[in-house]
Design a protein around this ligand. Sequence first.
Ligand SMILES: NC(=O)C1=CN([C@@H]2O[C@H](COP(=O)(O)OP(=O)(O)OC[C@H]3O[C@@H](n4cnc5c(N)ncnc54)[C@H](OP(=O)(O)O)[C@@H]3O)[C@@H](O)[C@H]2O)C=CC1
Ligand SMILES: O=C([O-])CC(=O)C(=O)O
Length: 277
Amino acid sequence: MSDARNEAVGGPRRVAIAGLGAVGLRVAEALDEGLPGCALAAVSANDLTRASARLGRLRTPVPVVPIDELEPLADIVVECAPASLLPAIAEPFLKAGKTVVVLSSGALLANEALVELARAHGGQIVVPTGALLGLDAVTAAAEGEIRSVRMVTRKPVKGLAGAPYLVENGIAIDDIAEPLRIFKGTPREAAVGFPANLNVAVALSLAGVGPDRTTLEIWADPALTLNTHHVEVEADSATFRMTIENVPTDNPKTGRITALSVIAYLRKLGAPLRVGS
Ligand SMILES: NC(=O)C1=CN([C@@H]2O[C@H](COP(=O)(O)OP(=O)(O)OC[C@H]3O[C@@H](n4cnc5c(N)ncnc54)[C@H](OP(=O)(O)O)[C@@H]3O)[C@@H](O)[C@H]2O)C=CC1
Ligand SMILES: O=C([O-])CC(=O)C(=O)O
């Protein structure tokens, strides 16, 4: 696999970051501070001038380029941009047999051809645990028989505002005084209706019983400050329930732990001791 190419010639894995928002900037900073075996190689954003300015505090400057110029510069790309850009970011890396870390995991459902592209060229798509928890346990349970996976997400109003599902269905949440269930369905439906809010549900479904058999409820809760996900899994190997309460970043839709999940993944790549599958 060519994400090891640069390493094979003695250098670290070169990491590109596509999107320099709540996730991308934090990952860029961690790489700049030093992650063994990895080096920040290039960055992309919508506003390249603003991105260069925000990277000004990094110890080691890197090229800031449009997304179609990232692939020759890196062995791995971390996609952390708006969901609609997933194919443009991922395709060049997968065609070159490289690794794509996907944060906009909801967009994988509308771009399943990317998996075939990875297969054809020996590349790999990695969906990190992101803002969720326990995907190691869910993938382990999926090696046996999972009977059901149920997820309930509760978010502050700010964490859901503007989602296409709310706009299209005329659901107003700005002035709610009590928790309101705004959606009941599947991660496949949520990926369309909430493309910037429920990537975690799609990641969970891909780990377990798929985007049509996983059930999902979304609640808007005016009293909440944390993005909260509760998951219940019934399997022949285990029954488990897990809850995560995410501190939002400057982007109220995105939890702080999301970037940390990517940093943990990158750190594990070259680690002599690797904990968690
Ligand atoms: N899997 C998971 O657990 C989670 C996934 N996510 C998803 O991760 C993704 C990133 O989230 P987050 O960091 O919060 O998003 P932000 O909105 O904070 O940042 C998005 C970034 O994408 C950049 N961008 C926009 N257009 C382009 C373009 N044409 N070319 C290159 N870059 C572009 C923006 O550039 P600029 O700065 O110039 O505007 C911005 O830096 C989102 O899809 C989000 O839904 C989020 C949380 C959890
Ligand atoms: O899944 C997402 O896109 C974001 C999310 O729920 C979170 O950060 O808690």
